[in-house]
Design a binder for this molecule. Structure first.
Ligand code: UT7
Length: 348
């Protein structure tokens, strides 16, 4: 039995924001952002767009591909997606920027938007490792019940609405977007998801957090939300250097552990798809592990850090760009808030 990725999709909002655009708003510049992060631009959602909107678009693109349609006509795509949606048994959606806190899950809203009327649906909160956790969760749910055949796994973020514009070291990092894959349980055994590593170090939970609005620090009646004040805002707060050091350690340790556990040779890996947080993190890992940088897929220059969405967006870009061939050995590796880290080994 194998759990295969049979289709991929992605969606970003139309508004592309360059570093120069950001520099018109805050004290920064293109040179600093590029040299410290590798980021050149990002996409920001409009006022009326929430995570479920981008997630549904990415899901429809993946479902249409599963039904055999990869063209650009939206009506055709919607028709193909609507045809494929009822066959989905479970939707797992990774996000830290849900439409609503707590309930309903964004996955449930997407289930309704795409007409996946026979699917269960739930969200996973594992920050930038969310898609990696979600793939393993979906595979487990398919495997445990013989009648379940197909899953939709989505990573989505609208981080632009949670950015603290008074903190220039974090506000330049994030972007919005969604990526989705359709998983199918098949009889073959030489392809699909082979192994996942899921790790956490909760002692670092304060290094990357959205502090307010939950049950630890709820808002009081009449309180004014003030983005400039970390103690009164619902924005993403990050200790950049602490997370940077964790990230380099996590990406290096995860790649080493995946190689060791699955007994593969580094030369056998066709592509490593890392979470796109900072190209310097990937360069540091490449150097430490003596893995050529060309093995790592990087698209952070275009999309910036889209947290849960970065790996599925990369997967779709590679897939639609003809970069993935049957039999390719693919490793994903992620790290982020929680602190969480992990990776998947997939044979395409
Ligand atoms: O996806 C989840 C995982 N997230 C990550 O992995 C992110 C990890 N962290 C990082 O990638 C890096 O720590 C950052 C990119 C966030 C920051 O880079 P850094 O090299 O650690 O910069 P820094 O915060 O130490 O700041 C260095 C200097 C400071 O100036 P002084 O004090 O040396 O004069 C900052 O004020 O750079 C300045 N600076 C900026 N200058 C222009 C910070 N942000 C900016 C900016 N534009 N946007």
């Amino acid at each position: 039995m194998a759990i295969e990725i049979v289709a991929t999709g992605r969606a970003v909002p139309p508004n592309r924001v360059t570093n120069d655009d950001i520099a018109e708003k805050i004290d920064t510049n293109d040179e600093w952002i590029r040299s410290h992060t590798g980021i050149g631009s990002r996409y920001f959602a409009g006022e009326n767009t929430a995570s479920s909107d981008l997630a549904a678009e990415a899901a429809k693109n993946a479902l249409a591909m599963a039904a055999g349609y990869t063209g650009g006509d939206i009506a055709e795509r919607d028709r193909a997606a609507a045809e494929a949606a009822p066959a989905i048994d479970i939707i797992i959606l990774a996000t830290v920027s849900a439409d609503y806190y707590g309930t309903p899950s964004t996955a449930c809203i997407v289930q309704d938007k795409i007409g996946a009327v026979n699917a269960g649906a739930m969200d996973i909160a594992a920050a930038c490792t969310g898609f990696i956790y979600s793939l393993e969760t979906a595979a487990g749910i398919l495997n445990i019940n013989a009648r379940r055949k197909k899953a939709l796994v989505i990573g989505v973020e609208v981080l632009s609405k949670l950015i603290n514009w008074n903190d220039r070291s974090t506000c330049v990092l994030f972007g919005d977007g969604a990526g989705a894959v359709v998983l199918e349980k098949k009889d073959s055994s030489d392809s699909g998801l082979q192994f996942s590593l899921l790790s956490a170090d909760g002692s670092g939970n304060e290094s990357l957090m959205i502090k307010r609005g939950g049950t630890r620090y709820p808002f009081k009646n009449g309180e004014v939300i003030d983005a400039a004040d970390a103690d009164r805002s619902i924005c993403v707060g990050m200790n950049g250097q602490e997370v940077y050091n964790f990230a380099v350690r996590a990406i290096t340790d995860t790649i080493n552990a995946l190689i060791k556990t699955t007994n593969i040779n580094i030369d056998d890996i066709t592509h490593i798809i890392p979470h796109q947080a900072n190209s310097r993190i990937v360069q540091a890992a490449s150097k430490r592990l003596q893995i050529p940088i060309e093995k790592f897929f990087l698209n952070i220059e275009e999309y910036a850090n889209t947290s849960s969405a970065s790996i599925p967006i990369a997967l779709d870009e590679m897939n639609r760009g003809g970069k993935l061939k049957k039999g390719d050995l693919i490793m994903t590796v992620g790290f982020g808030g929680g602190l969480t880290s992990g990776g998947n080994i997939i044979i395409w």
